[in-house]
Design a protein around this ligand. Structure first.
Ligand code: AMP
Ligand code: ZN
Ligand code: FE
Ligand code: FE
Length: 288
């Protein structure tokens, strides 16, 4: 891995709430000049095979996922996202947990739609499910329905307090974060806390939880992310240094559901190599 390699370790495809199909995502990653891209759809590995099959020459694929977790140490519990890299997708307990969370997302989505409908807002659950096209359903799919109904102009607006950000926000049945770290490790994967200081999205967990997660097997923290201010990035980097955790930077690309571009933030080659070195589940894939 050369010192100038461009590594983006957090992207979403149509297997969850991104807008590019996995095959188009890896092509776009190559076009964006990336050397390594990780596919990290929410709570699913369904996009892996198509991404591998379409992998352009010169691009390395890291197979991953972004797990919907919750810390139950305070009331109400705080949701958080755990990136998991290179885990064995057939490890039964982890696979069952992911399937359970995907069902919980559908139940929550349907309940949000009923709340909207009760207020006279014309959205349809079957249409939202069709929009997700078999991928993990998320609020961005409901946001699209609000846009189609002419109620908001953009996804960002749909996540405002009058809509999915607060008034019509419901919790889903996420994975306990300590259980998620343990399951990812036992599936040979490498867990990295996604956007840990993204306070603009909602409540964030205290640093002492991150200390405990590090002791429980967390491998790294995502520092460079569009939802972190420069001060927040620096804070995450300092905390990671104190705890001996690796630090990543990533775009969290979602196609047209967000404005951020592939490679907008990247991970240094040393952190990337640490992730690969720790992994025991599946290997990075490079096409011949
Ligand atoms: P969910 O996983 O269903 O709770 O929805 C969360 C997803 O919505 C995140 O992964 C982002 O893709 C997206 N999201 C969250 N906040 C915003 C926002 N303010 N603007 C646009 N997309 C957002
Ligand atoms: Zn998302
Ligand atoms: Fe996330
Ligand atoms: Fe993400």
């Amino acid at each position: 891995m050369s010192a100038s390699a461009r590594v983006d370790l957090h992207t979403h495809s149509t297997a969850s709430d991104g807008t590019l199909r996995p095959a188009d995502l890896v092509r776009a990653a190559a076009d964006a000049g990336l050397d390594v891209v990780a596919l990290t759809d929410h709570d699913t590995t369904a996009g892996w095979a198509d991404a591998v099959a379409a992998l352009p020459r010169g691009l390395t694929l890291i197979r991953g996922a972004e797990l919907s977790c919750r810390w139950f140490g305070v009331e109400p519990a705080i949701p958080l996202h755990l990136l998991a890299y290179l885990f064995d997708p057939d490890e039964p307990e982890l696979a069952a947990e992911l399937a359970r969370v995907r069902r919980a997302r559908e139940e929550r989505g349907e309940r949000i739609v009923r709340l909207l409908q009760a207020d006279g807002i014309p959205v349809s659950w079957s249409e939202i499910l069709a929009g997700a096209a078999g991928g993990t359903v998320g609020r961005p799919h409901i946001a699209q329905a609000l846009i189609r109904a002419g109620l908001v102009a953009t996804t960002t607006e749909a996540f405002g307090p009058d809509w999915l950000g607060e008034r019509y926000r419901l919790p889903k049945d996420d994975i306990d974060v300590f259980r998620a770290v343990a399951l990812v490790r036992s599936a040979g994967g490498v867990p990295v806390f996604a956007h840990p200081r993204a306070s603009r999205r909602g409540r964030i967990v205290p640093d002492d939880l991150i200390v405990r997660l590090a002791a429980a097997g967390l491998a790294g923290l995502e520092a460079d992310h569009e939802d972190h201010s420069p001060a927040e990035r620096e804070h995450v980097r300092r905390l990671a240094a104190e705890l001996g955790l690796l630090v990543t930077g990533s775009s969290d690309f979602h196609g047209t559901h967000k404005t951020v571009r592939l490679g907008a933030f990247t991970t240094g080659p040393k952190a990337y190599e640490r992730i690969v070195g720790l992994a025991r589940g599946v290997t990075p894939v490079a096409s011949g």
